[in-house]
Design a protein around this ligand. Structure first.
Ligand code: PMV
Length: 334
């Protein structure tokens, strides 16, 4: 059977960085995010007797589809392992034909691995006939692909990756209609980042600020969830900036140190603080890349976007509302 899935990227309000169990991709801490309706991955998969080898075509960084090999890097190896895992679980032998594309720049801090792995997992599950009966189980299987953030793209709206003893799965906090926040992504570079988040997670514990970050996370997670449920942007905004700066302090001081920021990243965060001084409610957060996510009310988005787009370092902006999570689509890529 041919199946197509669409999944959104998400922006982490409280971020995941570092893995306590690297073989099973178990994070040290829970994380919370909002799904993004304008940053989407679409994947079509079909298991077939026609192929001698898996055929995986992607159009992430380019408009043209190109064929992927397991040797193309760490993300490619993870994609082929997820194909093998699902084929084995479904008890089938056939090879897969798979095509996947994004409608936004990849590998630069807009969580393309989240949307990509969520869409790929749902498409492969449906195409293989594997019976998965809940979003919780689907989120666990998605995590095993190698991306904890991808788990949070499975359910709708605002979601949490919950860590429970030696298990980690995603749960919904509120659906996409709960609170009309906007995430304006200010693109300061769409170049591929030099160090993947997959590599960064492996050295998180080497930072001298690591323990300090871990100790602060339980209270921050609880407060963030409450701020979403209470629809309190002042509290949420302060928490997301605090968590973003704490994660990047760890990243920039790990061994080896990693820096995802460029000049535009710093200019945009300064501009966001200036907007606040002028009375507009805007807060920044940054994932593993140079681009800045500006969280604001729907009513302020036009004004804020105008300001961001007038900055020399901002190439373009993408405006997102909360989105539904991974879902099937009748529009196949082949
Ligand atoms: O799940 P990964 O390996 O794509 O890592 C995500 C890391 C951050 O985007 C920086 C934080 C997060 O929780 O999304």
């Amino acid at each position: 059977m041919k199946a197509t899935a669409v999944a959104p990227a998400n922006i982490a309000f409280i971020k995941y960085w570092g893995q306590k169990d690297k073989a099973n991709f178990l994070p040290y801490n829970g994380s919370i995010s909002m799904n993004l309706n304008n940053c989407l991955s679409r994947t079509t998969a079909e298991f077939t007797d026609d192929l001698a080898e898996d055929e995986v075509m992607i159009a992430f960084d380019t408009k043209e589809f190109k064929q992927l090999s397991p040797k193309d890097g760490d993300k490619s190896a993870l994609i082929f392992s997820q194909i093998n895992r699902i084929r084995q679980l479904a008890g089938i032998q056939q090879k897969v034909r798979m095509k996947s594309k994004n409608n936004f720049p990849s590998n630069c801090g807009i969580a393309s691995s989240a949307s990509g792995f969520a869409a790929l997992t749902l498409a492969l599950v449906k195409a293989s006939g594997l019976a998965i009966n809940s979003k919780k189980e689907l989120s666990k299987l998605t995590r095993l692909a190698g991306s904890v953030s991808a788990m949070r793209s499975i359910d709708d709206g605002y979601t949490e990756a919950v860590l429970n003893a030696n298990e980690c799965f995603a749960e919904q906090i509120a659906d996409e209609n709960h609170w009309a926040l906007v995430d304006i992504v200010a693109i300061t570079s769409s170049d591929n980042k030099k160090v993947s988040s997959t590599a960064g997670h492996l050295v998180a514990e080497t930072s001298p600020y690591w323990q300090e970050r871990l100790a602060a996370l339980p209270a921050r997670l609880k407060a963030c969830k409450k701020a979403i449920l209470d629809k309190n942007l002042t509290i949420l905004g302060e928490l997301i900036e605090e968590d973003c700066l704490s994660m990047h302090k760890v990243i920039q001081s790990s061994l080896p140190p990693i820096n995802y920021w460029n000049k535009g990243t710093k200019d945009v965060t300064a501009a966001v603080k200036q907007l606040r001084k002028e009375g507009l409610k805007a807060y920044f957060t940054i994932d593993a890349g140079p681009n800045v996510h500006v969280i604001c009310y729907e009513a302020d988005q036009v004004e804020i976007k105008k300001r961001l787009n007038s900055m020399g370092e901002v190439i373009s902006t993408i405006t997102n509302k909360p989105s539904k999570g991974a879902h099937l689509s009748p529009n196949h890529l082949f």
